[in-house]
Design a protein around this ligand. Structure first.
Ligand code: IFM
Length: 750
């Protein structure tokens, strides 16, 4: 029997409407559809996006992930009265996103102002079987009398990105009194988007079509008998000129072919095909937690669901945006979130997808080289925010100060350079976990060498050492600092690994090698001081401190910036997010455990966690330090970033990196897995609330399933060769078996 994986919304509440639109969004990596209600509410932000389709609203502005015409809206009138939850009486309401099948369902019992009662059942899904398909079903039952039901739906191109209209309407047509077809072109990037839809009802009704004000709609009117459900089914498809499965057709022709192919297939059949793909996903990737609080399991299910729908696994030209395809936050741009927080889940569950995400960067290497050259550097300087073209997409300015009228410049594009080394780090991890030589000796090595070249040109001389001046580390509350520890260690790793793989794959470049060796020898690395503290940068530890407790209580809100200017924050010991702690997470073997614990305590006390990338990373490091209680608290707080009670936490989309980090915290924190060549090490630190944790891992051709309880670790090797297993320091032998069980008290394999 399959386990229930359901995210529920029990009440209709306008205050939460945007949040749930994001949380309950559906998708398949090709397109993402926000969970807007079928009927209109001004507080909603309807949204449908396809990976890779961006457009600049104006010359010099950064590209927006284009909000597509809406196909999910239905206007329903009953005896001339518009159905809305703001009118009449809502007798019952429940909405659920079934994470097992990807279906969104909403059931409502509604009393019209004249006392007549109606039951509504809305269902829809974005197919995982056919990436282009969105299917919906609306079921209306008049419970106590005859009623005239009118349903209007179609393709609504009135959507904008916060007011910016990116799509030029090229053509709208109704074909064979059945198919609505709209063709649009993005105004600057020149992509074509075609959408087609058909609507069928369970009973014959009066149908008509209309096209006006960028809306192409069909209206169906039926006379409904009491107690009899009337069902309207809609199939909508989307193709764009970027699609690789056009097979020489125009996007319009591909839409029509797709709809023709669905003739005779009803909502249920199409849903079953899609749900079967979800079943395979959960079978291969599920993480099972036996926790005192079932919320932990829901949070992990939610994270995995979104990690899946945010990833454009069909096409390596597209990356994963910080909000996936669930909203317009950060304009759909790709950050280091992709390599450092999201990629590891794919790497250890379906490595092909990790390779695709790296290919996204590789395909944009030339633009990164151009950015480096423009800024006076060598090698590749990847953009802090990236979209389709690989150009720098970070907006120049952040919000305006409404008192002074000043616009706050965003410095990330000019100084948050650690992204270069983050991409290199992910490249090496990919190779270490897969042994994919074909990738590494070509694209991987090019990435490593060009990113390494950047660091060598980025360093400057000071007192006989090489230093990295004027950078922003992961912590964006300390801008323009010298020798950010995270950046320096990552830069060193980058150059070291470039050299290592040049040697391994026989890439001869003597000049590069000599320069790299000198760089590694002379680069300054901040080391723990007498108190064991690794200085976050050259000045951080000497800056003044303030009491942060009020801001920490309201973390995520960036409330500190209401009381202090950015420049003031910059000159105090205040962190937005994990910085040295991120370094400790990535390089646990480079520092003694006491140093890690000391730095975790010091920096956490000064971290507001205003970034969603912070909490789960703290959970990992705390767990490894044996502070399970603290780790669990961080983990839970990270779960609440999207799933917590704040009504507007996720209005502009889910927090992709934080969701990836929940998986990281589970596997690299609580299970405390690490790898060393052909050896897997486990030193579990389960929180006391968890009695068991089970998850799959792919590692160098092996498919493993790992179960950890308080007393025992069991590893099943579903496929692939044996590997060494070390549990809390002691080795366990497979002796030809496909399963081993280790007693955690006796530290002995059985
Ligand atoms: O990449 C992050 C950054 O670290 C903090 N601000 C938000 C970005 C996107 O999630």
């Amino acid at each position: 029997m399959t386990r229930e994986r359901i995210l529920r919304e029990q009440h209709f509440d306008l205050n939460f409407i945007k949040k749930y639109e994001s949380l309950m969004a559906q998708g398949n990596g090709y397109l993402g559809l926000r969970a807007s209600h079928e009927e209109a509410y001004t507080e909603q932000t309807r949204g449908m996006y396809t990976a890779g389709i961006y457009n600049r609203p104006m010359e010099g502005e950064s590209a927006d992930l284009v909000n597509f015409p809406d196909v999910a809206g239905f206007r329903i009138k009953i005896d001339g009265t518009l159905f809305s939850l703001l009118a009449g009486e809502v007798r019952s309401y429940e909405r659920e996103l079934d994470l097992s099948t990807g279906e969104l369902r909403r059931e409502i019992l509604w009393r019209k102002s004249d006392g007549a009662e109606f039951r509504f059942l809305f269902r829809r899904f974005v197919s995982k079987d056919d990436l282009h398909l969105v299917a919906s079903e609306v079921r209306v039952t008049s419970l106590d009398r005859e009623a005239r039901i009118e349903v209007v739906t179609g393709i609504d191109a009135q959507q904008t990105n916060h007011g910016s209209q990116h799509l030029i309407e090229k053509e709208v047509r109704v074909l064979d009194e059945d198919v609505m077809l709209g063709t649009y072109r993005t105004s600057q990037s020149g992509h074509t988007a075609a959408l087609a839809a058909t609507v069928a009802g369970s009973a014959a009704g009066k149908e008509s079509f209309a096209a006006k004000n960028r809306q192409l709609v069909m209206s169906v009117k039926v006379e409904a008998a009491a107690g009899e459900p009337y069902v309207f089914e809609k199939k909508a498809v989307v193709y764009t000129s970027l699609d690789r499965d056009l097979d020489g057709r125009t996007p319009e022709a591909a839409c029509l072919d797709a709809l023709a192919g669905y003739a005779g297939k009803d909502y249920g059949t199409l849903l079953r095909n899609s749900a079967a793909k979800w079943t395979a996903f959960w079978r291969d990737k599920e993480v099972l937690i036996s926790s005192a609080d079932p919320f932990d399991q829901l949070a992990l299910d939610f994270a995995l669901y979104h990690l899946e729908i945010m990833t454009p696994a069909h096409d390596e030209r597209f990356g994963v945006g910080a909000k996936g395809l669930t909203g317009e936050g950060y304009k759909g741009h790709v950050f280091w979130d992709a390599e450092m927080f999201i990629l590891p889940f794919h790497l250890l569950t379906e490595p092909r997808k990790a390779r695709q995400l790296l290919r996204y960067r590789y395909l944009k290497l030339e633009q990164a080289q151009e950015k480096a050259a423009r800024n006076g550097y060598e090698g590749a300087l990847f953009p802090w925010e990236s979209a389709l073209t690989g150009e720098e997409e970070t907006p120049e300015f952040a919000a305006i100060n409404i008192r002074t009228g000043d616009r706050q410049r965003i410095s990330s594009a000019v100084a948050e350079h650690h992204i270069v080394a983050d991409i290199a780090f992910a490249t090496v991890q990919y190779y270490l976990h897969t042994g994919d030589e074909e990738f590494m000796k070509t694209e991987g090595l090019a990435l490593l060498m060009e990113t390494g070249r950047f660091w060598m040109s980025r360093a400057s001389e000071r007192d006989g050492r090489l230093v990295l001046e004027d950078v922003i580390g992961p912590d964006e509350y300390t801008e323009h600092v010298d020798n950010n520890a995270f950046t320096n260690y990552m830069a060193r790793y980058n150059v070291e690994q470039a050299l290592r793989y040049m040697e391994q794959f026989g890439a001869e470049d003597e000049a590069y090698r000599d320069r790299a060796e000198a760089f590694l020898e002379r680069l300054y690395l901040p080391v723990p001081d007498a108190a064991g503290l690794i200085p976050q940068d050259d000045t951080f530890l000497s800056l003044p401190e303030i009491d942060l407790s009020a801001y920490k209580e309201n973390q995520g809100s960036q409330g500190i910036l209401l009381d202090y200017s950015r420049q003031e924050v910059n000159r105090m010991q205040i962190l937005k997010q994990a910085d040295v702690v991120m370094l400790l997470y990535l390089f646990p073997d480079q520092f003694p455990l006491e140093v890690i614990a000391e730095n975790l305590a010091y920096y956490e006390a000064r971290t507001i966690h205003d970034s969603s990338l912070s909490k789960a990373v703290h959970a990992i490091v705390a767990a490894r330090c044996g502070e399970e209680e603290l780790a669990y608290r961080f983990f839970r707080e990270a779960c609440l970033i999207d799933l917590g009670p704040k009504p507007d936490s996720s209005d502009e989309g889910i927090h992709g990196a934080s969701l990836g980090a929940l998986w990281l915290a589970t596997v690299f924190g609580f299970a405390n897995v690490s790898f060393e060549g052909d050896c897997i090490r486990l030193d579990p630190k389960l929180p006391k609330e968890w009695s068991e944790l089970t998850f799959p891992l792919r590692y160098r051709g092996r498919h493993l399933e790992i179960s950890i309880s308080r007393s025992r670790i069991r590893i099943i090797r579903h496929s692939g060769p044996e590997l060494h297993v070390k549990v809390s320091g002691s080795e366990a032998e497979w002796n030809g078996r496909t399963e081993i069980s280790i007693d955690l008290f006796r530290k002995k394999a059985e």
